[in-house]
Design a protein around this ligand. Sequence first.
Ligand code: M6R
Length: 590
Amino acid sequence: MCGIFGYVGPSPHGAKIVLEGLKRLEYRGYDSWGVAVVPASKGKIVVKKKAGRIGKASVSDMPKGSVAFGHTRWATHGGVTDVNAHPHLDCTGNLAVIHNGIFENYESIKQDLIKKGHRFISQTDTEVIAHLIEEYAKTMMLSKAVQRAYNEMEGLNAFIVIQTKEHLLLGVRNGSPLVVGFGDPENYLASDAAALIPHTRQVHFLEDDQMVIVGTDQVNIFNARTGERIRPLKQKLTWSAEQAEKGKFPYFMLKEIYEQPGLISEIAGESTIQAKKIAEVLKNAHGAYIVGCGTAGYAALAAQYLFSAISNRHVNSVIGSEFGYLQNFLVKRSAVLALSQSGETMDILEGVKKAKDKGAKIVSLVNVVGSSLWRLSDVRLPIGVGPEKGVASTKAFIGKLTHLILLSYAMIGKITKGQRILTRAAKAATEVLKEQRVSKIMKLAKKLKNTEHIFVIGRGLSYPAALETALKIKEISYIHAEGLAAGELKHGPLALVTKGIPCIVFAPNDETQGANLAGAMEMKARGAYIIGISPKKHEVFDYYLPVKDVGEATIIPNVIVAQLLAYYLAIERGFDPDMPRNLAKSVTVK
Ligand code: M6R
């Protein structure tokens, strides 16, 4: 989950280049940060590291040097302190390591190293890697020592090593992502391709067990288990540098919310061929499963309703982390549609790999082209919403829904009808973002800012909308929010309703409307404050947020209203919506 960035080249400003790279990567982890540089003037590696966010950090006090790397941390082993921040040094101070992942058997190895005289100063598993390589490098070349250490490590890990004697970055990957960026005449290693965009668009995504030795004008890739040489598979990144910047917006999340109407139109216009291709795979499958985690899991649930309502088809939606326990009935002709923004979510990758081993066909809807999920899929469709940097997923969710609506119509050969509905959805989304509408949402956020609990209810397609709304509210405003199928209220949750508790109700113009409003009535009768998101103002609403009715695609403007409410709740409560506490953008651990 951590951010990794390394540079090797002719520039003496290695530390500065790395710091800038880390600032673009901070969404991957923001407990602490650190940079290390091999000084051009010789001597030991110089490290600067601190607990807390990278913010306006500077490395102008670091020496000049053209081999440097850095890390933004999402803590696993050891508390959030300066000492536990990466990079970690060996005993000599001539070798440093940054690491993403969990080194599972580090304790026994650490004990052996202590017996051999190594001194540890942090509580991290990462520091053990530095000392283990130091130990092996006493009797072999550095690259061999890295390889040997890697082969002793259990768990899913990616790490990079620098050493004072070598003008190189040595990296290796298993599970956690690592991307080589090819510059001229300089090269990079990073945990995310998006961080490389200002420098290069030519990349190689390392596969598991690949080790790379990166110099100023050489990139050598090997199989870390066998030592066999591997030819880089260069891919071209298509994202632009501007797409990865905040521009005029105060936060990425707000920028990403505002990008949505344009993206809906783009996807509806450009993705028909792929939608038809995937529709054929799903039609020929013997059972189809749609999987995703968090927000992507709610998109998967929405797909189940869309396929039922539009395509008269049954698909099973499954939460990524549970998918591994539901696979006994997978057969060779099963299809798995995996949804993921990052394409690196471990809970998805593990389930999908198991399904692949059983012979299931893997179809993926992924935003990061070239990511692990992308590479292990048989059929791929890019979500195509550009880099999403806010930890709270917004445009990737709306992008997934847009594709899924198109796909549902493609299943019945009516893709043009799907496109028409989506064009209306894009307009409805634009309206939701008009100043007057947004100020109504801001006013509501002011009113709700001190509340401790919020209920969100809906039925049918509004049920995944309710779950997604609750997730957005809790992850960035830290208000406890509970998303529910409205019909479930009377089966238990009504017991929690007290006077004044806010309840958001989705009441689109569909078969669920009457029952949704009845749920709201039940809440109101017990004192709840009802916030209605609906094309029509109903009597039961205490506060009304209008949205246009756009058929099955009404979930799109509905969720955009909810995203804005969550965003302004976070702002009202004084929190940074882009970097919620305890979370990181891509969840590469189990
Ligand atoms: O990259 P992915 O789409 O696979 O990520 C899945 C979830 O981790 C992600 O959606 C998470 O729930 C977000 N923080 C939600 O806003």
